[in-house]
Design a protein around this ligand. Structure first.
Ligand code: ZN
Length: 325
């Protein structure tokens, strides 16, 4: 169990849009599921963390800073935690090079670059782009602001940069907002940081993404996941509805196959379709309707894959069978 405590009076390294962060006792794991940060919900909402370069184009992200034009101008603490986050989500890479017509993450300091628009220690400001294939806004370039009116130890700067990068990857705060306290129930770089005098010295838990919370949470957000809570029922005459919980935010659809019970086995009816109505519409129940047409009454069931244009077909899942009259 974690026994770390915050030192001194800390303030949140908060994600800032145009609204003040509300005081609440707990957070969601994901920004995309937090109504505060995704007020439009999953339809035309904000796909926090689902960067189009990573998920659609399969391209590297760029990273830039006001420390200088070269990647190596950034402090080693920041470069180190960038590497840590690249390991959390294999395939993501940050390369120096701005602007290059691609998504970029900028590290900007309050006293160096005009336009500081955060409170407290730092924040992430997202430039949203609309993705018609997912019918939602995704983070294009992101600005990570660091409040350098504080001083930092190596671990403190690594913590702050890594915490804000966690928001870029889509994770919500993990600390206890009331009093900006360390959360004894979460072990994450999204937990609170530690302050000594005017110096940010580290995180309540760690100065890097931690296992398992940050790793597993981030991977679940970005990968294809099997449909869950699958149910089915008959809609007389001759139709069956299937409903399931959609747990995949990243570029997904569902490919269905219809089967009929005959000769003591499930036989494929040659009926298949791709359900794409709710691509990018995760965190909700989806439904599809099967029409058996001129086939005989009997036991039917639908099975399907989670599908992504990037990751192909994965996770074969079957709904409960139903009698269709
Ligand atoms: Zn934060």
């Amino acid at each position: 169990m974690k026994v770390a405590r915050c030192l001194g009076v800390g303030f949140a390294a908060a994600v800032i849009l145009l609204v003040s962060e509300p005081v609440s006792a707990s957070h969601n794991v994901y920004l995309v599921t937090n109504p505060t940060w995704n007020p439009n919900g999953p339809t035309n909402g904000y796909l926090w963390g689902i960067n189009v370069e990573w998920e659609i184009n399969g391209r590297s992200n760029l990273v830039c800073s006001d420390y200088g034009p070269n990647y190596t101008d950034m402090p080693d603490a920041i470069r180190g935690v960038i590497g840590s986050w690249e390991n959390v989500l294999p395939g993501t890479q940050f390369y120096q090079g701005c602007p290059g017509g691609r998504s970029a993450t900028w590290f900007l300091r309050a006293t160096v670059t005009p336009g500081w628009s955060c409170s407290y220690w730092g924040c992430v400001v997202v430039n949203w782009s609309y993705d018609p294939s997912r019918r939602a806004y995704y983070p294009g370039s992101t600005n990570i602001w660091l409040n350098d009116t504080f001083s930092f130890t190596y671990g403190g700067l690594r913590y702050l940069a890594g915490h804000e990068l966690g928001h870029v990857f889509g994770l919500d705060e993990a600390y206890i907002e009331a009093g900006f306290a360390c959360n004894p129930n979460r072990f994450s770089i999204l937990d609170m940081g530690t302050l000594s005098g005017n110096t940010i010295t580290g995180g309540c838990d760690a100065v890097s993404p931690t296992v398992p919370n940050d790793y597993t949470d981030t991977q679940v957000l970005h990968q294809l996941n099997p449909m869950t809570q699958v149910s089915s029922w008959e809609i007389p005459p001759g139709m069956m509805a299937v409903q399931w919980w959609d747990p995949t935010w990243a570029d997904g659809g569902y490919k269905f196959y219809a089967y009929r019970w005959a000769n003591s086995q499930w036989q494929y009816t040659s009926q298949t379709w791709l359900h794409t109505d709710y691509v990018g519409h995760a965190g909700v129940y989806n439904a599809t309707i099967y029409v058996k047409g001129s086939q005989p009454s009997g036991w039917y069931r639908l099975c399907g894959y989670t599908w992504s244009g990037v990751n192909g077909y994965q996770h074969w899942t079957c709904a409960p069978y139903q009698w269709i009259s």
